[in-house]
Design a protein around this ligand. Structure first.
Ligand code: NAD
Length: 515
């Protein structure tokens, strides 16, 4: 199969249960072959975003009153529809994002897992019952939906990441406005079509396409949005955090960039370490939030590790997503190509030892696409070296030598990000040290630093997140905890030993004194 075989597709927006055609559109081109127009995306406006928020607000009271289990059953239907369309969805996702078909399929499966998880949790407790100081009182802690949730998502996981957010938000009784990345509108629309087919009522899920600075910004600013669930770059996440901070009620859950790493200790199994580094750095062409831009290698293993890593990296097939045996596809757009090549050049300016530089890939029909191959370099750790600290988001990997575990921990932590960390070692004391001392949200032992599962929290620290993880943990961001106290005694007994005779005392003091 090739990505050439599809007709141009026109995206629509969904507001209050109605599909809207929009006259102004944005072009969507195949990243593996820019001469191919694959879609015309509706260019929504700030006004469309406002209409969608109003629709979500109107739908909220009715939706939250429906039994949680009934809401969960809609997710059961959604899961069946995703299973029915799995292959078609994977094709759309691969064509639009440039992910190879096998990986696109895995992403649809990941989205399906989230839907299955959400459905399963519908019958789980929504709070706790806790003891009171007063024997006759029962105390409850209950989660309540926050209201309207805006879901603003990136292009690199355009099916799974929206479901990480839409799933828990809707199950808990919130209503939503979803703004997919302008790079991947078609898969976002297909997802919303399935929600509608599954029977989610009008207004509970609304879809607005368009540019981030127009539609995304309007959603983040809108006063009637209660929560912004954002995944994307640090710069945009930081902007959204400031908008939320300036409002009286809005909260935000932000998942942002990283400079994740694999740490190869002196006792590591070399074959496993090389494989972990290759998968971490070059899967999805290095365009995962958790992609390793760094592999820290104990100096005693350096020569052999570099030799095996580069030999294998040079053989990886970066090709059209539908090419059999492809390992990874193109970069998403021309700006990404420029950025990656700029950082490759910067590594040279910063006196790195270049070990492999595949550069722009143009052979075998790749000249029309955004293809860039692996760039691997050795960089000694030092203050102010930018390439080992900044997110590149492409197939750009620094090999950083270290001499002992304490130094590896120091190097690992010396970035402004903290998302994912993998340590390769056979020593249980050693991985425990890295587990406790490194800054990350997702940690791995003897694995790549990619490959999370949906029933875990997904989030980072420092510039990678704001302490509001996504996936299974998103429930904390889209609900607020309320306490509820019920008295089963005939009279009133106050906590903390306070007297409870207020009424009797008041009555006594209001009676005229007897002479
Ligand atoms: P991006 O920040 O450019 O865009 C993300 C979304 O924000 C898009 O929908 C975009 O339209 C919107 N947006 C852009 N400007 C906006 C504005 N001013 N106001 C509101 N919304 C705006 O990110 P991207 O290029 O789509 O994705 C790549 C980035 O996402 C990388 O930095 C990657 O590390 C990060 N990412 C993080 C995670 C995570 O869980 N930590 C997961 C995937 C991707």
């Amino acid at each position: 199969m090739t990505s050439q075989a599809h007709a141009v597709w026109n995206s629509r927006m969904l507001i209050d249960g109605r599909w809207l055609a929009v006259s102004e559109t944005l072009e969507n081109r195949n990243p593996a072959n820019l001469s191919q127009l694959i879609g015309q995306t509706a260019r929504g406006t700030a006004q469309d975003a406002a209409h969608a928020v109003e629709a979500a607000r109107r739908a909220f009271p009715g939706w939250r009153r429906i039994s949680r289990i009934k809401r969960g059953e809609l997710f059961d239907r959604l899961a069946a529809l995703i299973q029915r369309d799995l292959e078609k969805l994977a094709v759309v996702l691969a064509r639009e994002s440039g992910k190879i078909l096998d990986e696109a399929r895995a992403e649809v499966v990941e989205g399906l897992h989230m839907v299955q998880y959400v459905c399963g949790t519908a019958r789980q407790p929504i709070g706790e019952c806790v003891a009171s100081e007063v024997a006759g009182k029962d105390l409850y802690v209950r989660r309540k939906p926050r209201g309207v949730v805006a879901v603003v998502t990136p292009w690199n996981f355009p099916f799974a990441v929206p479901l990480w957010m839409l799933g828990p938000s809707l199950l808990e009784g919130n209503t939503t406005v979803f703004k997919p990345s302008e790079e991947t509108p078609e898969i976002g629309t297909k997802l919303v079509e399935l929600f509608v087919e599954a029977g989610f009522p009008a207004g509970t899920i609304n879809l607005v396409h368009g540019l981030g600075e127009e539609v995304g910004d309007a959603l983040a600013r809108h006063d009637d949005v209660d929560v912004v669930c954002f995944t994307g770059s640090y710069d945009v996440g930081s902007h959204i955090r400031k908008l939320a901070a300036a409002s009286d009620h809005k909260t935000c859950a932000c998942e942002m960039g990283s400079k994740s790493a694999v740490i190869v200790c002196e006792d590591a199994r070399l074959d496993l370490a090389v494989n972990a580094a290759l998968l971490s750095a070059f899967k999805t062409t290095g365009q995962r939030c958790v992609s390793a831009g760094r592999v820290l290698v104990h100096r005693s293993l350096l020569g052999k590790f570099e030799e095996q890593l580069c030999e294998r990296a040079a053989q990886l097939k970066f090709a059209d997503p539908f090419t059999p045996g492809a390992f990874a596809g193109p970069l998403i757009n021309a700006a990404s190509v420029d950025k990656v090549l700029r950082y490759n050049a910067l590594a040279k300016e910063e006196h790195a030892t270049v070990l492999l530089d595949a550069g722009r890939l143009t052979s075998e029909g790749r000249g029309q696409g955004n293809f860039v191959g692996p760039f691997v370099y050795r960089q000694e750790y030092g203050p102010g070296v930018r390439t080992i600290r900044e997110e590149v988001f492409g197939p750009h990997l620094a090999v950083i030598p270290f001499d002992d575990d304490e130094q590896a921990i120091h190097i690992y932590n010396d970035t402004r990000y903290g998302l994912s960390m993998a340590v390769v070692t056979e020593n249980y004391r050693r991985w425990r040290l890295f587990r406790d001392e490194c800054d990350y949200g997702m940690g791995y032992v003897n694995l790549p630093c990619i490959g999370a599962e949906v029933h875990l929290p997904f989030g980072g620290v420092k510039r990678s997140g704001n302490g509001q993880p996504s996936a299974a943990a998103l429930v904390d961001s889209v609900t607020h905890k309320t306490s509820f106290t019920v008295n089963h005694e005939l009279g009133i007994t106050m906590a903390q030993g306070m007297t409870a005779g207020a009424q009797a005392e008041a009555e006594k003091s209001s009676k005229p004194a007897k002479s």
